[in-house]
Design a protein around this ligand. Structure first.
Ligand code: NAG
Ligand code: NAG
Ligand code: ZN
Ligand code: ZN
Length: 327
């Protein structure tokens, strides 16, 4: 199959675009890379070579992205080193993708050595990629080192501190998690000013994480508990790993059920007749956990729930979401 594609692509290309140049080829490869279609990108690269076109730096960004998305560590590594055969100087972006590729595959020390060998000053995306890989593999020592570099380059970006806190949380180091939170407070950084809005009878209601300020707060929390129980009975297991925990409280599950959209959903359920669609707006991206819970809630309560988060619309209905879990 691969061979057929290898031959068909260049033949079709020759027919369709006789004077296809490096820009067109690179755009195709980059397109495949960005969409995570690793093998198509590589086939296209091979076709490009057969057509006698010399790749440029964008071609390699596409290829490296493609290898990263498809987890092709060896291939990505080789393509990176092949750049010099074409006289192309790797840019920061190329390095960042290779670090991400190595790190995600668990080659943390190799990623670190790779960074150390860089002829240009590694920037925030390079160190950030190492930091998030350290979180996946719970490598606290290396992660702290990467975090220091990241903080020195961007001292006021709350997202980086959250990354470090997540690393500590993944390793169960709760006292360190709390220290990061204190550090953030001292610097006046706040992690998530997450809130959700729901409109009921023409009136907008806003909820924050764990919000107890609403006049019907007691009923809202009763409804939350009720939902939580039904989710558990339906076999729902919260993913306690992927979310930054409320650092004042060590009971992860409890906090995970308190995200603002959950409060908005609970309030919507107790304030509207059965079957009515709930429409919620959230300023941040929905977390994995709330997303899975909301799918199941839509089924359990027999309602459509529409959530517009920072990225897109989610239509939850009968246990599935319109985004097909891609957001
Ligand atoms: C590498 O691939 C992963 C998994 O598909 C993706 O989440 C990540 O954003 C990619 N990294 C880069 C630099 O594109
Ligand atoms: C939400 O958080 C509060 C503490 O802030 C806790 O008492 C409550 O049980 C939590 N609710 C749920 C449903 O976990
Ligand atoms: Zn959430
Ligand atoms: Zn969705």
């Amino acid at each position: 199959m691969q061979n057929v594609v290898m031959w068909i692509v260049p033949v079709l290309c020759l027919i369709a675009l006789p004077c296809k140049d490096v820009v067109v080829w690179s755009a195709m490869i980059l397109g495949y890379g960005l969409h995570g279609r690793g093998y198509e990108a590589i086939d296209t690269f091979n076709a490009m070579k057969l057509a006698g076109v010399k790749p440029n730096d964008v071609t390699f960004i596409g290829l490296l992205l493609a290898c990263n998305h498809s987890g092709l560590v060896q291939e990505g590594w080789e393509y990176f080193h092949r750049m010099k055969d074409y006289g192309i100087e790797p840019r920061h972006q190329h390095y960042a993708i290779v670090v991400d590729l190595l790190g995600r595959a668990g080659y943390l020390n190799e990623a670190y050595e790779f960074i150390s060998s860089m002829p240009i000053e590694p920037g925030v995306t390079v160190w950030g990629a190492l930091l998030s890989a350290c979180k996946i593999y719970r490598n606290v020592a290396l992660g702290e080192y990467a975090a220091e570099r990241v903080f020195s380059l961007e001292p006021f970006n709350a997202g980086h501190y959250v990354q470090l806190a997540n690393l500590y949380a993944s390793a169960g180091m709760w006292s360190h998690v709390r220290k990061v939170r204190i550090l953030m407070r001292e610097k006046g950084l706040s992690k998530d000013l997450g809130y959700s809005l729901i409109e009921i009878n023409g009136k907008l209601q806003a909820f924050r994480v764990g919000d107890k300020s609403h006049p019907r707060s007691r009923e809202i929390f009763e409804e939350l508990e009720n939902l939580e129980r039904r989710l558990k009975e339906a076999g729902f297991v919260p993913d306690t790993d992927s979310v930054l925990h409320d650092l004042n409280n060590e009971d992860k599950e409890e906090i995970l059920c308190n995200h603002s959209e959950r409060l908005a959903i609970a309030f919507g359920l107790i304030s509207t007749p059965p079957g009515r669609t709930l429409r919620i707006t959230k300023n941040l991206r929905a977390c994995v956990n709330c997303h899975s819970a909301t799918k199941l809630i839509s089924k359990l309560v027999g309602r459509e729930i529409v959530v517009r988060d920072a990225n897109r619309f989610h239509h939850f209905k009968d246990g599935v979401c319109s985004c097909k879990d891609y957001w």
